[in-house]
Design a protein around this ligand. Structure first.
Ligand code: BES
Ligand code: MN
Ligand code: ZN
Length: 510
């Protein structure tokens, strides 16, 4: 197995024309009149080459576009990359992040080894410079990410390491950018870690393998421990939902519990946060089998659990002053002679019974046990994240996750974290009307509702397993992957949730 591309990111004080690099990225708004300070300086040195690209209309500064300008040794950079930033008044920190991602993506696509980033200059003093440094770091990791660990040979010639630098001629500016850099690097790396794990197929990652990976993470992280329940312990503890879903596969289910306790940092009265992530390592639908078209995408059905893993990694590296659990029920949903069936009645960890009407509604069958477990550990705040319903993808498309919950303040906080992190959410209901549809005649609950409002009925089912805890639910079906490569991202797993949840935790108690 090949190692995925390594990215190193530093800040350097250097004059823009003296920056020795393969690719020097500068930003440009679509409604900019003329060139800004660095733009005109570079343009003069390059005998008007930037001006010509713009005048010919080859580059309009639209968001998600870029253009390469070649010099002739007049400046130290071998290429200048003009990166489109869109309309100036619409710019947010996510514009900064996406611009860095666009530049880093281009750097990898052209197989260069070094990248200079001067994108922050276009934004003047509009945003907090530390936040800009962080967004640029997150974007650099995001855009340079590629999943190619099973591609043998090196014909495409990509370097093993991309050396990126945020550059500025002014040391006061580099100092301020530097404030957000280390957090941005930690979060960016955690997200790439999550993308790689999510991208790995079902023959490489099964529940037991995922448990091993979680244990390795705990071993190599500060203040993080990991306990795993195997199928015998699942039976002994009555974790019936996970056992039922995992019963059809030779790859037995696991229940992974990560515990983060920053020694001496948190008052005992401080609330405990439980993150619960769905990890179906492959979802065939089980006996209620899915159609075969695009079934391969269901290797990504572990994305929620992996977002929790990535968040726990970032949390530990950032040394956040918070008590937290990362709870990851893991199973493979396959049809076989030992599978759970439609009609079965399952006793869950909560004691509540569930009538299975469709084995493809398996996410809620494992999450309900994860939520009960979090509640039993006295978590005050519980947030679950899952590729839960095709209905969510139909409702919101590929741009934002659905956000449901039972506490307005928690929902507001997650909405704010979404704005700051660029991982967007949209509020959806999950109240009594929807819960009504989940009642069974022969058990406490059933696992599917009517034909309509599938994302909401799924959330209404989960809601009944959190007791009095403040709870929020993120349905990430639709945003867990890029179906095709974009200007700022490679095709495949997106790592959605790592930035959102880490940002929420960084703002916790503030
Ligand atoms: N993992 C799927 C949901 C999904 C679909 C995620 C498409 C990403 C893309 C989930 O387990 C599922 O199969 N849900 C069913 C629920 C239904 C049977 C009530 C669905 O959405 O069809
Ligand atoms: Mn399913
Ligand atoms: Zn599923």
């Amino acid at each position: 197995m090949k190692k995925i591309i390594d990215v190193e990111l530093k800040i350097r004080k250097v004059d823009f024309d003296k920056c020795k690099t393969d690719l020097l990225a500068v930003g440009r708004f679509s409604d900019a009149k003329g060139l800004d300070k660095i733009g005109s300086m570079l343009n003069i040195r390059l005998d008007g080459a930037i001006q010509r690209v713009i005048e010919l209309g080859d580059f309009k500064g639209k968001e998600g576009t870029n253009a390469v300008v070649y010099g002739n040794g007049q400046i130290e950079a071998r290429r200048v990359l003009l990166v489109g930033l869109g309309e100036k008044k619409k710019a947010t920190l996510d514009t900064v992040r996406k611009a860095a991602a666009n530049a880093a993506n281009k750097a990898v696509a052209t197989n260069v080894g070094t990248l200079g980033l001067a994108l922050h200059r276009a934004f003047g003093g509009r945003f907090d410079p530390g936040a800009v440094g962080r967004a640029m770091a997150e974007g650099t990791y995001f855009g340079s990410y590629r999943y190619d660990e099973f591609v043998t040979g090196s014909e495409n010639g990509r370097p093993d390491l991309l050396k990126a630098e945020l550059i500025d001629a002014d040391s006061a500016k580099t100092k301020k950018l530097n404030k957000g850099l280390s957090a941005g690097i930690i979060i960016g790396k955690a997200q790439s870690y999550a993308r790689t794990l999510a991208n790995r197929p079902g023959n490489i990652i099964n529940p037991a393998k995922l448990a091993t990976i979680a244990k390795e993470l705990a071993r190599s992280s500060k203040n993080l421990s990991c306990t795993v329940f195997d199928e015998k312990q699942l039976a002994a503890k009555g974790i019936g939902g996970v056992l039922a879903v995992g019963s059809g596969s030779e790859n037995k289910p696991r229940f992974i519990v990560l515990k983060y306790r920053p020694a001496g940092k948190v008052a005992s009265s401080s609330p405990t946060v439980g993150l619960v992530g769905k990890a179906i390592t492959f979802d065939s639908g089980g006996i209620s089998i899915k159609p075969s078209a695009k079934m391969d995408e269901m290797k990504l059905d572990k994305s929620g659990g992996i977002a929790v893993l990535g968040t726990m990694k970032a949390m530990a590296e950032l040394d956040l002053p918070i008590n937290a659990y990362g709870i990851i029920p893991a199973a493979e949903n396959l049809p076989s002679g030992t599978s759970y069936r439609p009609g079965d009645i399952i006793k869950t960890l909560s004691g509540k019974t569930v009538e299975v009407q469709n084995t493809d509604a398996e996410g809620r069958m494992i999450l309900c046990d994860g939520l009960s477990y979090a509640e039993k550990q006295n978590c005050d705040v519980i947030i679950d994240i899952a590729t839960l319903t095709g209905a969510c993808r139909v409702a919101l498309g590929k741009y934002m996750a659905a956000l449901m919950g039972n506490d307005e303040k928690l929902i507001k906080r997650l909405q704010r974290a979404a704005e700051d992190s660029g991982e967007k959410v949209w509020p959806m209901p999950s109240g009594d009307e929807y819960a009504e549809e989940m009642k069974s005649k022969i058990a406490d609950l059933k696992n599917i509702g009517s034909k309509w409002g599938g994302a909401c009925t799924a959330a209404a089912f989960l809601r009944q397993f959190v007791g009095d805890a403040k709870w929020a639910h993120l349905d990430i079906a639709g945003v867990e992957m890029f179906e095709e490569a974009a200007e700022f991202a490679a095709q495949g797993a997106s790592g959605f949730g790592v930035r959102l949840l880490t940002t929420y935790l960084m703002n916790f108690g503030k």
